[in-house]
Design a protein around this ligand. Structure first.
Ligand code: ATP
Ligand code: FE2
Length: 340
């Protein structure tokens, strides 16, 4: 296949990102513009309005920084799901317009597959068990029989969301523009006393809502130091995540663990997973923030992989899929023979 470039658009939630990646896997540019709500969590329609407003600017910046001209592109990819409807539709509209205008094939990319594939590319990992843990997702997945199988996931809220709601209740909202999880991490590092909190692993799945309620109740009692509550809260969440990842690793007998998503930048979580991986003679990989948070390059890279396998989608069938599960997606570029 001749050389080429894929432009990828990410817009599942609060980020509007554009990446351009070569067919060989070189990331030429990865530009992002994040919608920040004035207060509280994401409002999907406001986020979508933000994306529509910045789309032209982010695309222009991607072309300028990469030095790639629109006519040098070979394919356009966009995050087709899962995600928030209005946000997904805004990115899809931009991608369809570009593909039609430039007369290029279009690829609909699964956001969760993209997190795994960019993590593998950046780390040169081959066949990891992946823990993808962010504001909206908590998934333990690994490749088995043509797909990324979900070995464990949250039954209610995502771990990042759990941390964010707790942090807001604790009044930890920052004036320094740091993510809430990072502020909880700083407080937790100063914690000394462990307070018992609900630890809920059901089979291979996780539940965080009881733990969240219990942690908020502790806050309201006013009896404990915030540092100790943050410490206990983090230790409990991360132990649950590590347990499920460990069981997936033991079951699949894979030799790599990959940590990605916003919560994956937490040093304590990295430490726990690294120790666990070493105990299983597995290599631990974490993904740098630029590629662990939502980004356009991951969509462009899966655009390349998909394009090489003919997985294009006609514009009239490129509707977004709000609940598109990771394990519904065939990933023919992962070779069964290589991973056995
Ligand atoms: P997705 O669509 O993948 O769910 P998202 O935008 O909701 O994406 P990310 O941007 O990947 O999520 O991650 C944001 C989450 O990561 C927030 O919940 C934030 O508090 C958490 N986070 C960021 N830094 C840290 C940290 N150091 N420790 C723990 N959590 C963190
Ligand atoms: Fe994501």
């Amino acid at each position: 296949m001749k050389d080429g470039y894929c432009l990828g658009i990410e817009s599942t939630a609060d980020d509007f990102g554009v990446g351009i990646v070569s067919f060989e896997g070189e990331v030429l540019v990865n530009v992002n513009d994040t919608y920040t709500p004035e207060k509280g969590g994401i409002h999907p329609r406001e986020a979508a309005r933000h994306h529509a407003r910045v789309a032209g600017k982010v695309l222009a910046e991607a072309f300028r920084k990469s030095g790639i001209k629109p006519k040098e592109l070979s394919v356009i990819a966009f995050s087709q799901g899962p995600g928030l409807g209005p946000c997904l539709r805004t990115g899809a509209t931009a991608a369809r317009a570009l593909a039609s205008y430039l007369d290029l094939p279009l690829i609909g990319v699964n956001h969760c597959v993209a997190h795994i594939e960019i993590g593998k590319l950046i780390n040169k990992a081959e066949d990891p068990v992946t823990l993808y843990v962010s504001g909206g997702n908590t998934i333990v997945a690994a490749f088995e029989a043509r797909r990324y199988r979900v070995f464990g996931e949250t039954l209610d809220i995502a771990a990042g969301n759990c941390i964010d709601v707790f942090a807001r209740e604790a009044g930890l909202e920052s004036d320094r523009g740091l993510p809430l999880g990072r502020i909880v991490e700083e407080r937790a590092a100063k914690g000394e006393n462990f307070i018992h909190l609900p630890y809920t692993v059901k089979g291979m799945d996780l539940s965080f809502s009881g733990l969240l309620t219990a942690a908020i109740t502790l806050l309201k009692k006013g009896k404990y130091r915030i540092e100790d509550i943050c410490f206990s809260f983090q230790e409990t969440i991360f132990s649950m995540l590590t347990e499920v990842t460990e069981r997936a690793l033991a079951h699949t007998e894979k030799k790599e663990v990959l940590l990605t998503g916003g919560v994956g930048s937490n040093n304590r979580l990295k430490e726990m997973l690294r120790i666990m991986a070493e105990e299983h003679d597995a290599t631990f990989h974490s993904v740098p923030k630029e590629y662990a948070l939502d980004n356009g390059a991951m969509i462009a890279w899966v655009g390349v992989l998909s394009y090489k396998h003919g997985l294009t989608v006609p514009v009239e069938k490129s509707f977004v899929k709000l609940k598109w599960r990771l394990d519904e997606v065939e990933v023919p570029w992962v070779d069964e023979k290589d991973v056995d």
